[in-house]
Design a protein around this ligand. Structure first.
Ligand code: PMP
Length: 304
């Protein structure tokens, strides 16, 4: 990880190396945290965070679900984030917001543990690699299923939920794939370990609905809007596993992965094994916005 100068911890800017917590903190043992990942991009007009307000809104909803009362307003978190980016002298970075239960007791009832908040900003290139964004990546269907709705509140982006994501990712990488795709407990496509999935079929886009237990991504939402504006039909519907194999194109969307084409699933080539025209068009449109080349008609690029 490329360290930056400061981390914002509970209202203070702390040198990166000093931003530590006690090993007996509740979060370390039980995954009691909620978090966000956002990207800040450099453009000719300065640095802009992609949909930071949406990410901070989701952070507050994630916290609410786990009965965490964040002792700051959304505005304060946004201002703290922008200040931190400036103090760290970063023109382009990944932003990690973290709300977690700290040190007090280790009982499962976390209510006595102080709620703590941290923000880190640091340089982090494309998750699945720049090469992956150009040529596409090889994915597999995971033997681990996505969490079911009545086991964990899946609309909360909570630390503990990511044990499931780690199993999916570890299995995929161990078996020589770049990423794994989890199915729902009833066998339909849910999502990647940290990305949403889209397929292109007969010129239209299909992505699993919230009912598939996905985290409804902010990038997914942006892709749906951009695709519709360009006249593409977009449907949120259940996709059976084999729907991935016979898709014309497939891609992942996410803050870290941005738009990454999927060239094969379970070693079955998707389409002709190259990023297809719809995927490339959406990458181009998305890149136009985040690089500042094209007009941001949605107000998604929020100045630092
Ligand atoms: N699903 C999961 C499980 C994720 O962790 C992420 C990354 N936040 C996504 C989907 C994509 O969401 P977003 O586009 O908001 O980054």
């Amino acid at each position: 990880m490329k360290e930056a100068r400061f981390i914002w911890m509970d209202g203070q800017l702390v040198p990166w190396q000093d931003a530590t917590i006690h090993v007996m903190s509740h979060v370390v043992h039980y995954g009691s945290s909620v978090f966000e990942g956002t990207r800040c991009y450099r453009t000719p007009k300065g640095s802009f965070c992609f949909r930071l307000s949406e990410h901070v809104k989701r952070l507050f909803f994630s916290a609410k679900i786990y009965r965490m009362d964040i002792p700051y307003s959304r505005r304060e978190i946004i201002e703290a984030t922008n200040r931190l980016i400036r103090e760290n002298g970063l023109e382009e970075c990944y932003i990690r917001h973290l709300v977690y239960r700290g040190y007090a007791e280790l009982g499962l009832n976390p209510i006595t543990c102080p709620l703590r908040v941290a923000i880190a900003t640091y340089e982090w290139p494309a998750l699945l690699g720049e090469e992956g964004q150009k040529t596409g990546i090889d994915a597999c269907v995971s033997s681990w299923q996505r969490l079911a709705h009545d086991t964990m509140p899946l609309l909360s982006k909570a630390g503990g939920h990511y044990l499931n994501s780690q199993l999916i990712k570890l299995e995929a990488v161990t078996n020589g794939y770049a990423e794994g795709i989890a199915l729902t407990t009833s066998g339909f496509v849910a999502e990647g370990s940290g990305e949403n999935v889209f397929i292109v079929k007969d010129g239209g886009l299909i992505t699993p609905p919230s009912a598939a237990g996905i985290l409804p991504g902010i990038t997914r939402h942006s892709v749906i809007i951009l695709a519709k504006e360009r006249g593409l039909k977009v449907s949120r519907q259940m996709i059976p596993r084999e729907g991935l194999y016979i898709a014309d194109e497939a891609f992942f969307s996410g803050t870290a992965a941005e738009i990454t084409p999927i060239r094969s699933v379970d070693r079955i080539v998707v389409g002709d094994g190259k990023p297809g025209p719809v995927t490339r068009m959406l990458q181009e449109v998305f890149n136009g916005i985040i690089t500042g080349r094209d007009k941001d008609t949605h107000g998604w690029m929020e100045p630092v």
